[in-house]
Design a protein around this ligand. Structure first.
Ligand SMILES: [Zn+2]
Ligand SMILES: [Zn+2]
Ligand SMILES: [Zn+2]
Length: 435
């Protein structure tokens, strides 16, 4: 048996073979690797340079081009972040600047950088409500068979729409994406087409997992029984902003709207107190177009259980919200002890307030753009597929009325709570999604 020799490092108890001694000068492999790592780190610290790509750049379009550009990771370079984020910069764009950025996105597309192009176009459409050029940008996207994200086609002119409809008939490979793009356009011609497909299922629909008409849910609408378009969201979109704690106390005096307060009722599934996600006075501008029944809009839910299935609350103009007898306990719920539960999120509620001015309906559509997602109204930020619960009292799809992003609530929070209202204002529902 070969004799093993102790490693030379102080405090290391490993032993090594004579062959290793020859290779490493008497150190065990873990010690050699640890030393190499230390040397590399010291080298990086010594030779690292800070690069400010934004130095001297004042033009918003140029700033955004730099922000959107992808750079390979280099441990020897530290990039100085810009003083404001993408979202803020997009807000500051003039019409002329937005147009220049759209032209730049088109250049990227022609240089085969499809993702770079669609990232910029999505930001323009969502943050700026920018109308993409039909003859330029949309025609080029179509020519290159770029159909995703479908919302880019939302306001497409009739000729682009007709080309998409033609493509749908023959292009099996892209049929899913084409149906989504068409759903986003959702004009009269398309509504009529979806109605025809419902009446007479086209041959190509056999290859789909769901009937064509259900694609429209991804674009926030559905066909009614008599073949009309029915929207499942509201155009007014008010961000639920976070204010700094010093302002919060002054604001809390008599709020027109409050968030995350404890309800007096308990969850009938887990026994924990329910949480009032939001409570908004019916006169508040943000809920003006919502079917609010009574003096206020209140959405209550169980923060724990609504992660596993929808929680319905019956709304009553006099008594507020009550746990609905229609609630169906999910197949799985975690073990919880209401005594043990920390409800730290309740303190975050005092920091929220509704923005004074509405933002674009589709502002937060794209979850991967990491927009500020908490909002009243607008179009939801789906993390998974879009889902609109059926109202147990009137059997209609419920309307999306707002969402709270848990990332803004708790330090390590994630996921979004989505809130819905029955079109007649008799029931609220809450769903949760996370990545
Ligand atoms: Zn060692
Ligand atoms: Zn519960
Ligand atoms: Zn209903």
């Amino acid at each position: 048996m070969t004799e093993r020799i102790p490693c030379k490092s102080e405090g290391c108890s490993a032993t090594i073979l004579p062959a290793t001694v020859q290779k490493t000068g008497g150190y065990c492999m873990p010690c050699v690797q640890a030393k190499e790592r230390q040397e590399w780190q010291a080298y990086v610290m010594k030779n690292r340079t800070t690069v400010d790509l934004y130095a001297g750049v004042t033009d918003s379009v140029e700033l955004l081009k730099i922000m959107h550009a992808s750079r390979p990771h280099d441990p020897l370079i530290v990039y100085t972040p810009y003083k404001s984020g993408k979202e803020e910069l997009y807000h500051s764009l003039s019409g002329e600047e937005a147009g220049r950025l759209e032209a730049y996105a088109l250049e990227l597309l022609r240089a085969e950088d499809e993702d770079g192009c669609t990232d910029i176009l999505m930001s323009l459409v969502c943050y700026n409500n920018w109308l993409l050029s039909g003859t330029g940008t949309l025609a080029e996207l179509l020519r290159r068979e770029v159909y995703h994200p479908g919302i880019l086609y939302k306001d497409a002119p009739a000729d682009i729409r007709n080309l998409l409809l033609e493509q749908l008939e023959t292009d099996g490979e892209n049929r899913n994406l084409l149906l989504l793009a068409l759903s986003w356009i959702g004009d009269e011609v398309i509504v009529e087409r979806f109605r025809e497909w419902r009446e007479q299922m086209p041959d190509w629909a056999e290859e789909l997992h769901i009937a064509p008409e259900w694609y429209t849910h991804e674009a926030g609408w559905e066909l009614t029984a008599d073949g009309k378009r029915r929207d499942l969201f509201y155009l007014d979109n008010y961000a639920v902003e976070k204010i700094n704690p010093s302002e919060a106390t002054a604001y809390a005096e008599e709020p027109e709207a409050s968030f995350l307060t404890e309800s007096r009722q308990n969850c009938e599934w887990c026994g924990s107190p329910l949480t009032v996600l939001l409570d908004i006075h019916a006169d508040h501008p943000s809920v003006q177009h919502l079917p609010v029944n009574g003096q206020k809009l209140q959405v209550q839910t169980c923060i724990i259980c609504s992660c596993y299935g929808p929680v319905f609350m019956e709304l009553d103009s006099l008594q507020g919200a009550r746990w609905s007898a229609f609630n169906r306990k999910p197949g799985y719920l975690p073990e919880t002890d209401p005594e043990e539960e920390r409800r730290e999120y309740l303190s975050a509620g005092k920091q929220f307030r509704i923005a004074e001015k509405a933002r674009n309906t589709y502002y937060a559509v794209q979850w991967t753009m990491e927009p500020w997602a908490s909002q009243i109204g607008g179009y939801p930020t789906w993390i998974q597929n879009g889902e609109y619960p059926l109202c147990p009292c009137c059997s209609q799809s419920m309307h999306f009325i707002g969402q709270l992003d848990w990332e803004a609530v708790e330090e390590y929070g994630e996921g979004i709570y989505y809130m819905f209202l029955c079109p007649e204002g008799r029931m609220s529902a809450t769903l949760f999604q996370q990545s």
